[in-house]
Design a protein around this ligand. Structure first.
Ligand code: FAD
Ligand code: FES
Ligand code: FES
Length: 524
């Protein structure tokens, strides 16, 4: 058992013993290290001014790792404990250490050359997000054993920068700067020093569990599910944290102090992914950016929707276990998981149980999770060849926005018989249907009466019209800052109509989704 966390602040080896687990990485940088290059705008993960880059050992056996993965994260909502075993890179570290003539890093220079900064408040964040993109492209180049620089598309740049806001420069020159970065052949200090960084990270004890106690708080980072289970039996009031993208806001926005924090990022079983012909099993603590690629083929629409969850920084931290565990009625994944008949494996002590995701949510922020219990993984059955999944996220902005309504429909129609001229010879029927909505009730919920109005019926406009009316009996949505009750109902009805239109023209829509999913899926 270790009583400290260890990480690299660029190349400096840091060991922290008695730290407050509520301390964020941004507070550590600005208030303890006096490194104020990373800015604080919102302290809630929304503006990207605090963006830093984390380099972590790649591969399952990170002790033998030969390379590093670089990812952008929001320092304002990352708890300090999550840095253990990683390298933290901030804007202060980009300029080469022995730079002649005050030479900048190529990403910084691209921002200068393209006039991509005015007041400069957002600039460190944009530069760090662009730097992470540069490193990911370099890694792709390495994996493909290519000498050629990897082209970066406008869509990739938009995707990488969607979590950064600028109020004065205008995005055109910022995007131009980011587009330019992969044209440069220069090898930066991070690549030159990569083997030294790996060696330094490997000296950190990654096999020991961590327990840090101060007068007011305790921090735990167990290594196995059984250890986590025992810890939660001994400390039933302890709070679990995975990515912290929901939980950290209770500290930064509501000024709460968490007395006992248990970090899930090092628990082996919760960080595993597996798939078979029948199903996918996603560890509760795997971040979106590490599992979305698995969904791209079986569920292209879902993968496309995940690319709209928060921003790149959020998806690099946030997890499926956290999305379900947070039990928000507007969390994006639960409706899709319900429509797909997904289930959770829960563990308490030595006993495990399975529960359907739809049975997990009981009331507003009330779930079936017992004291000392935790979500171990999420099992998603794959579709049979006749089933289709449609997922629609409705929010005010395309990126980095919470849903007003999210609809997920898993539908199987009877086969269509075609005449020789290609026209339909029969009317299709609804063989099976599961519809779940977010944003329509106090929990993510199935539209059971609407489903009944469709089940076994002929797939035609009059059936859809009747099912749309029944939605009024399934839901009485609330009005809030995101949407009025009337708007939510109208959107839900229109999404049913959209599904009808799309399935009747499925080849077009599915091809388009498939393309989007493969282009925007985050790098594993
Ligand atoms: C700027 C921003 C944008 C966002 N955009 C979206 C969005 O578009 N769509 C969306 O759905 N969400 C969004 N979120 C919310 C959040 O990112 C997601 O809900 C994310 O999946 C949470 O995962 P996490 O690992 O960060 O959870 P954490 O914050 O670590 O945990 C959330 C809750 O779940 C509990 N928990 C975590 N893991 C487990 C477990 N294994 N077992 C039991 N309980 C557990 C924690 O105790 C906590 O109560 C956004 C958040 C921010 C800050
Ligand atoms: S300060 Fe705005 S995202 Fe961190
Ligand atoms: S340069 Fe002023 S906010 Fe972007």
């Amino acid at each position: 058992m270790s009583q400290a966390i260890q990480f690299l602040l660029n190349n400096e080896e840091i060991s922290l013993e008695k730290f407050d687990p509520n301390l964020t990485v941004l507070q550590y940088l600005r208030e303890i290290r006096y490194q104020s290059g990373s800015k604080e705008g919102c302290a809630s993960g929304d503006c990207g001014a605090c963006t830093v880059v984390i380099a972590e050992l790649s591969g399952n056996s990170s002790l033998n790792s030969k390379s590093l993965n670089y990812k952008s994260v929001n320092a304002c909502i990352s708890f300090i404990g999550s840095l253990h075993g990683k390298q933290l890179i901030t804007i202060e570290h980009l300029k080469p250490a022995n730079s002649i003539n005050n030479k900048l890093h190529q990403v910084q220079q691209a921002f200068v050359d393209n006039h991509a900064s005015q007041c400069g408040f957002c600039t460190p964040g944009f530069v760090m997000s662009s730097f992470a993109l540069l490193k990911q492209k370099a890694k792709q180049k390495e994996q493909q054993n290519s000498k050629k620089n990897q082209d970066v598309s406008k869509q990739e740049v938009a995707h990488a920068l969607a979590g950064n806001l600028c109020r004065c420069t205008g995005y055109k020159s910022i995007v131009a700067a980011a587009m330019e970065i992969t044209n440069c052949d220069e090898i930066d200090d991070f690549t030159k020093n990569e083997q030294q960084t790996i060696a330094a990270l490997q000296t950190i004890n990654l096999t020991a569990s961590i327990k840090v106690t101060t007068d007011n708080n305790q921090y735990f980072a167990p290594k196995s599910a059984d250890e986590l289970a025992q810890l939660l039996i001994e400390h039933p009031q302890a709070t679990l944290v995975a990515g912290g993208t929901d939980l950290a806001l209770s500290v930064t926005q509501q000024a709460k102090s968490i007395a006992q924090l248990v970090y899930l990022g090092n628990v082996a079983e919760l960080n595993q992914l597996s798939q078979s012909k029948e199903q996918l099993v996603i560890g509760a603590a795997v971040p979106y950016s590490k599992f979305t690629y698995l969904l791209a083929k079986p569920f292209p629409e879902l993968a496309t929707m995940i690319a709209r969850i928060g921003s790149m920084q959020i998806r690099n931290l946030g997890t499926l276990g956290g999305n379900v565990g947070n039990a928000s009625p507007i969390g994006d994944m639960p409706p899709a998981l319900i429509a797909l008949s997904a289930s959770l494996t829960l563990q308490k002590g030595q006993s495990k149980r399975k529960i359907a995701v739809e049975d997990y949510f009981k009331d507003y922020k009330v779930t079936d999770l017992a004291e000392s219990e935790f979500i171990r993984n999420i099992t998603i059955p794959k579709l049979n060849e006749n089933q289709q999944l449609k997922v629609y996220k409705i929010s005010k902005r395309l990126d980095d926005d919470i849903s007003a309504v999210l609809a997920a429909l898993c539908i199987e129609l009877s086969p269509q018989i075609k005449n020789v001229d290609g026209s339909a010879n029969n009317k299709q029927q609804v063989k099976s249907i599961k519809i779940a909505f977010g944003g329509m009730a106090e929990i993510p919920k199935r539209a059971l009466l609407c489903e009944q109005a469709l089940q076994g019926k002929v797939w035609q406009q009059s059936t859809i019209d009747a099912a749309k009316q029944v939605l009024h009996q399934d839901f009485q949505p609330m009005s809030d800052v995101r949407a009025s009750s009337e708007y939510r109902m109208m959107v839900a009805q229109n999404l049913l109509q959209k599904c009808f239109i799309e399935l009747n023209n499925d080849s077009l829509v599915l091809n388009k989704q498939q393309i989007i999913a493969t282009q925007v899926v985050d790098h594993a």
